[in-house]
Design a protein around this ligand. Structure first.
Ligand code: NOJ
Length: 585
């Protein structure tokens, strides 16, 4: 019996050795896995840094700020579109996929940006907008003119003509922004599909030439040295081939708003998944043939959790993007949410996520109100603690490290966001995305240090005199310093690989532990409501007298290094704490 045991042990040891030897070298692991615990910082180029005084952010501006990322601890950025565009949707309407918008610079400027980013160890991800081009793109102009080879580059349909001369679109599909998704084109005498603004005609992916053209675009930018793509609006790429009407949702009577229909024929179609799997192959082949870090994809799409999970991998295990953006902190929770709501949505993602994949948490972006405006200015540090101590990838929108707020009082005259302009003077404010896109607040100088121009493309939020990076760098305590210390903390193995154990302490407070063998356990504690709490965590942690504070918010009464007792921890309104549970000697 013992002999057999020994043999089994020996065999398993040698198996471990064999597997160990076959295992890829560490360096290769790092190249494959670099993205798995990354903080991806979204730059909105138009608002980040203007280098030539025209009031518009640009590539040289970004390059001049790369050291800022290094100093902050950020090693990967993703850029909203920088390509040639008439700017109807501020770059999400592309008229040349392989050139830079002149206001932003040149391809040479882009090369310099990449070279400098490489020197500093910062990876660059570009936005890729496949669903639609601009209506000024030569492909569209040729398609309108029915030039051979381009007739079917877009989704064209006749619709019908009523006796009274009214043109009726081919079906009831609606634009995301408002009204019919079909736009009449006089020259071609047909409707084209546009799920966003009139200036963004949907490309026709049932035409193989379109797929080839977009593959070429990807390769063009990969050859420029980028680390991957954020892929825009993936859930809209294909539509039902039979163009069937969508059923009414029954949630609103307004036939012009997106929610009027249940979008079963225009969103998350099976072919969307297949196309992403095709791009997965393209990126993997590229990495395999060119070496270097794994080239990655992160996808944008607001969908149900089940639909999103299939982007990670489908039912047959075929792999898609590294991760579909998890927007739950934007769409599912807000200032009215309870502690249980937060834990519920965090757990939901982790439970639904297929094995072997990596979670991600998006705290903000250029399409939604900022954190300080969604959860309140007092919640900024707590939300960053949450973001940075959860397992997986964190995504920060530029300015959130400072707790920038929306500038909601932008006048109608200064409003530039197309859907807001279309909504009209009376209702633009509820729709406009301009408030979260105002220029980055670097300092208390002219235009917050963003630009030397007399006029910036969007007004700078007047609160920049107080709320700016320089102030926060100089202050003893600031949102920026909290953010910086969280990024440092993320290097700990327990935050990279530790397990996740949550606890709803009461309806206002929740906590979670990150545990890893041989490492100190970390505890994140959050009060999501506007009242002081006294909590007892003795049931949740087994070292009740060995708690020391690692990170505190700007208004906290606690100090880093303070010892706490689990039986009674005081939390101010909206306070967050990151605490270390010291191991028994
Ligand atoms: C998602 C982008 O984030 C948004 O800004 C844009 O308007 C739509 N896609 C259309 O491209």
């Amino acid at each position: 019996m013992d002999v057999i045991k020994v043999l089994v042990i020996l065999l398993s040891v040698s198996l471990v050795e064999i597997l160990g030897h076959n295992h890829q070298p560490k360096d290769q692991d790092a190249k494959n896995n670099w993205w798995q615990h990354e903080v991806f910082y979204q730059i909105y180029p138009r608002s980040f840094q203007d280098s030539n005084g025209d009031g518009i952010g640009d590539l040289q501006g970004i390059t001049s700020r790369l050291q800022y990322f290094k100093d902050t601890g950020i090693t990967a950025v993703w850029l909203s579109p920088i390509y040639e565009s008439p700017m109807v949707d501020f770059g999400y309407d592309i008229s040349n996929y392989t050139n830079i918008q002149p206001e932003y610079g040149t391809l040479e400027d882009f090369d310099v940006l990449i070279a400098k980013a490489n020197e500093l160890g910062i990876k660059v991800i570009l936005d890729f907008v496949p669903n639609h081009s601009s209506n000024q793109h030569p492909w569209f102009l040729k398609s309108v003119a029915r030039e051979p080879g381009y007739e079917d580059f877009y989704v064209w349909q006749n619709g019908s003509l009523l006796e009274n001369g009214t043109r009726v679109p081919p079906n009831n599909w609606l634009s995301v922004f408002s009204g019919s998704a079909w736009e009449w084109n006089d020259e071609r005498q047909q409707f084209y599909l546009r799920q966003f603004t009139f200036g963004q005609p949907d490309l026709n992916y049932r035409n193989p030439a379109v797929i080839q053209a977009m593959d070429d675009v990807m390769l063009f930018w990969l050859n420029k040295g980028i680390a991957g793509f954020r892929i825009d609006a993936v859930i809209y790429i294909y539509e039902d081939a039979l163009l069937r009407d969508e059923p009414l949702s029954g949630t609103t009577d307004d036939p012009n708003v997106e929610s009027y229909l249940n979008h079963i024929y225009t969103r998350n179609q099976p072919e969307d998944y297949l196309l992403l799997q095709h791009w997965r192959q393209l990126l993997d082949n590229y990495t395999a043939s060119q070496g270097g870090p794994r080239r990655i994809m992160m996808t944008e799409g607001y969908a149900t959790v089940a639909q999103l999970m299939e982007y990670y991998e489908d039912a047959n295990g075929v792999q898609g993007p590294e991760f579909p953006f998890n927007f739950d902190f934007i769409t599912e929770v807000n200032e009215n949410s309870t502690a249980a709501d937060f834990v519920f949505y965090i757990e939901r993602w982790l439970i639904y996520m297929p094995h072997g994949h990596v979670a991600n948490w998006v705290m903000g972006n250029h399409d939604n109100p900022r954190v300080a405006s969604r959860f309140g200015v007092k919640s900024v540090d707590a939300m960053n603690m949450l973001l940075m101590t959860l397992p997986g990838i964190a995504i920060t929108y530029n300015g959130e490290e400072l707790g920038m707020t929306d500038y909601r009082n932008i006048s109608w005259e200064d409003t530039v966001d197309q859907p807001a302009c279309e909504a009209g003077r009376d209702s633009y404010q509820t729709i406009s995305r301009d408030p979260e896109r105002t220029p980055m607040q670097w300092s208390d100088e002219l235009n917050a240090g963003f630009s030397t121009s007399n006029h910036t493309w969007l007004p700078v939020n007047p609160n920049y005199k107080d709320l700016n990076l320089r102030n926060q760098q100089q202050a003893r305590q600031s949102h920026y310093k909290v953010y910086q210390s969280l990024l440092k903390l993320r290097q700990l193995p327990v935050l990279k690989n530790g397990s996740f154990i949550p606890d709803v302490v009461n309806s206002r407070v929740f906590a979670f532990k990150r545990e890893l063998k041989g490492e100190h356990t970390l505890l994140t504690l959050l009060n999501v409501k506007n009242r002081t709490e006294q909590v007892d965590l003795t049931d949740f942690i087994d070292q009740p007298n060995r708690l020391s504070v690692l990170v505190v918010g700007v208004d906290s009464h606690h100090r880093v290094g303070d010892r706490l007792k689990a039986e009674s921890i005081e939390l101010a309104p909206f306070e967050g704490l990151v605490i270390q549970l010291n191991k028994r000697k």
